[in-house]
Write a protein of this length. Structure first.
Ligand code: TA6
Length: 301
């Protein structure tokens, strides 16, 4: 009989539970709480001690494993956005490739649960299987480490275990929970080049703070520094390392109607600000090499 996660791992800061058909991992310590599901290794909640929820998840999200949970921090790997056959195809598997890669559609395993300094850490791992090979016939290892400490830290480690070089694009596709998206100000993108995906991917350069219009879909490239979301009385800070893109997305009222798992009016309470490497920032990963994308999320009042 398969051992449950609770049978395999025992840590005072960690609780395992089910939501519908999905396994959930709750980390809690003096810094706050976080919840990750093994489905897609998707963080679904981060709540700093004494603070409010930072992550948005749709009220009509699906938890039966048939599709990624709408919201949280989906892992987009080894391609961001729709698959582009000119990068690694054409290949018979192309017909099975879905948006934002293979990782978020799979159930990952828990590799370790432990305390590190003054934080609690869980590492999830995804290795190839029939469904990954059907969509992407390459050998890999993918790990996500989630660390709940003063900040919420994520480390996505992709390892090329194949015999060919890949062109990888990726994102930690964070849905932030905000008081009101339209009109909110986002700092840290000044002077950064971006592609306006809602305007034929026209290139432009950000001037000053971004005042959020909805809808928006902009891919900032060659970015450095922190991104700060001014959400009412709190500031949410996203910092990344080894990631050079920032994707800002909100579907707007009309766009939200296109998502069966997003109530129309909820677009005002979320904004995606995604760390990663997309478009110009895609990178070559040689056979045997690994790449780690780091992202840290914190809140200041
Ligand atoms: O990151 C923005 C985006 O690429 C949008 O185009 C929208 O498709 C969003 O991701 C959500 O993608 P999903 O495949 O989860 O519906």
């Amino acid at each position: 009989m398969n051992q449950t996660l609770a049978d395999r791992f025992d840590h005072p800061d960690v609780r395992f539970f089910k939501r519908d058909r999905l396994d959930m991992i709750e980390l809690s310590n003096r810094h706050g709480t976080a919840v990750v599901t093994t489905h897609g290794a998707t963080v679904l909640s981060y709540c700093p001690k004494g603070g409010e929820e930072v992550i948005w998840v749709s009220d009509t999200a699906v938890y039966d494993g048939s599709k990624p949970v709408r919201g949280g921090i989906p892992v987009c790997w080894p391609w961001f956005g729709p698959y582009d056959p000119s990068t690694l195809g054409p290949d018979p598997s192309d017909a099975h490739k879905k948006g934002h890669g293979i990782a978020r559609y799979e159930t990952w395993d828990v590799e370790s649960v432990r305390s590190v300094e003054d934080a609690t850490e869980v590492t999830l791992v995804l290795l190839p299987g029939d469904s990954t090979r059907k969509a992407w016939p390459h050998e890999f290892a993918l790990r996500l480490t989630v660390t709940l400490g003063e900040t919420l830290r994520l480390a996505l480690v992709g390892e090329n275990r194949s015999d060919r070089t890949w062109l990888v694009s990726e994102a930690l596709h964070t849905y932030f929970r905000v008081a009101r998206a339209t009109g909110m100000s986002i700092d840290g993108l000044d002077h950064t080049t971006y592609y306006d995906k809602l305007n034929q991917a026209t290139r432009a350069t950000q001037s000053g703070a971004l005042t959020l219009t909805t809808p928006i879909e902009s891919v900032y490239v060659g970015h450095v520094g922190d991104v700060v979301l001014h959400d009412g009385a709190r500031d949410i800070v996203m910092r990344q390392d080894n990631g050079h893109s920032v994707v800002v997305w909100n579907p707007g009222a009309e766009g939200a109607k296109g998502f069966a798992d997003m109530p129309e009016e909820q677009f005002e309470h979320m904004v995606c600000v995604e760390a990663g490497n997309a478009l110009d920032d895609a990178y070559q990963l040689e056979p045997g090499a690994s790449h780690t994308l780091y992202c840290a999320i914190s809140v200041s009042a």
